[in-house]
Design a protein around this ligand. Structure first.
Ligand code: AR6
Length: 346
């Protein structure tokens, strides 16, 4: 997945480059800077001494010494001064310049901490938004895997309002599926010991609850004589439906898989294997990229053998965003992360 949010200590990341949230002297400090220098050993400071510092919004690259990566990119984020001193642009510039340096050095995987969001005081939710938007813009034109490493889950929060609307939505839907009296009535009505009392319902209602359930269409079809015959009736597959929907949307394949936060290799596997079975988060990522309605999303998921249910938070959060026509996969992933769910993408 091109952009992943993970919880970890950045000094443990086995990637090509990690980014340090440094200060303009580049001579070390507290926070993640201190952790990186401690883990890399004194040779890192010796190299930093030769660099002559770095301006806010810029970054410089060094070797990584004892760290399990190849390079450290030292980026200098802005101090938060209320938000009207160009902080946003300077922070975005840190991510852009670091990614450009990483690319020039031939890196395929890069891990960032949430720059400026600690000692420099940038509000975490906004720092996260700047980080994911800037990385997303860069990834639209480059093949790279970028990790956003969140260290302190407690301190991390998506916007308060979004968090409470999702919590409310989850509560409502859990309540619906567990206490809806209609659901309970239908469940009991399906049990053999329970027969509807006609006096309890008007006629159409009683008919609606009649235990005689119509057989599904596929059961009405003539049974196949052989297994080969049955297999020859295969329906449109996930891969075929996906490619058809991409054509109908007018997007190119690359636009679609990038929007879905899926890497090129995985997409070509899906494209070249008509019976490819994706994971559920991958299938949903494509539904989001294609901006499918809830009904179309269900149809695409079914092709891969999945459903959306009200018995799990992941599905309810996905429904929440689709119902609001919010198809920003990075916002959805931030919300999934905040609720400890798997993220969308590969
Ligand atoms: N791994 C990942 N993230 C971490 C780690 C870690 N090991 N440790 C802290 N964080 P900060 P800043 C998170 O303060 O705000 C230094 O003194 C932390 O939770 O390290 O850019 C420099 O020398 C927070 O979300 O950097 C500068 O003087 C994020 O990393 C100044 O601090 C950034 O917090 C820079 O301040």
């Amino acid at each position: 997945m091109p952009l992943q949010i993970v919880r970890n200590d950045i000094t443990k990341m086995k990637v090509d480059a990690i980014v340090n949230a440094a200060n303009s002297t580049l001579l070390g400090g507290g926070g993640v800077d201190g952790c990186i220098h401690r883990a890399a050993g004194p040779k890192l400071l010796a190299e930093c001494l030769t660099l002559g510092g770095c301006k806010t919004g810029q970054a410089k690259l060094t070797k990584a010494y004892r760290l399990p990566c190849r390079y450290v990119i030292h980026a200098v984020g802005p101090r938060w001064r209320g938000g009207r001193r160009g902080e946003r642009e300077l922070l975005a510039s840190c991510y852009r310049v670091s990614l450009e340096l990483a690319e020039k050095a031939g890196c395929e995987t890069v891990a960032f901490p949430l720059i400026s969001s600690g000692i420099y005081g940038y509000p975490k939710a906004e720092a996260l938004q700047v980080a994911s938007e800037t990385i997303q813009e860069f990834l639209a034109g480059h093949d790279m895997t970028v990790y956003l490493v969140i260290f302190d889950k407690k301190a991390f929060a998506i916007g308060e309002t979004l968090f409470s609307s999702i919590t409310e939505y989850i509560d409502d839907h859990y309540v619906d599926s567990h206490t809806d009296p209609d659901v309970e009535r239908r469940r009991r009505q399906n049990s053999p010991e329970w027969a509807p009392d006609d006096s309890e319902y008007s006629e159409p209602e009683a008919a609606a609850y009649s235990p005689t359930v119509a057989a599904p269409e596929f059961l009405k079809a003539k049974p196949s004589k052989t297994l080969d015959e049955a297999l020859s009736c295969l329906d449109e597959s996930f891969s075929e439906m996906l490619l058809r929907k991409i054509d109908e949307s007018g997007m190119t394949d690359a636009q679609c898989y990038k929007k879905a936060n899926i890497d090129r290799k995985l997409f070509s596997k899906i494209r070249n294997d008509r019976l490819y079975k994706p994971s559920k988060p991958t299938a949903i990522a494509f539904a989001i990229a294609l901006e499918l309605s809830l009904e179309e999303t269900r149809e695409l998921l079914l092709k891969a053998g999945f459903a959306l249910s009200h018995s799990n938070k992941f599905d309810i959060i996905i429904e929440f965003f689709i119902e609001r026509k919010n198809y920003n996969i990075f916002e959805i992933n931030e919300a999934l992360f905040a609720f400890d769910q798997s993220l969308l993408g590969a």
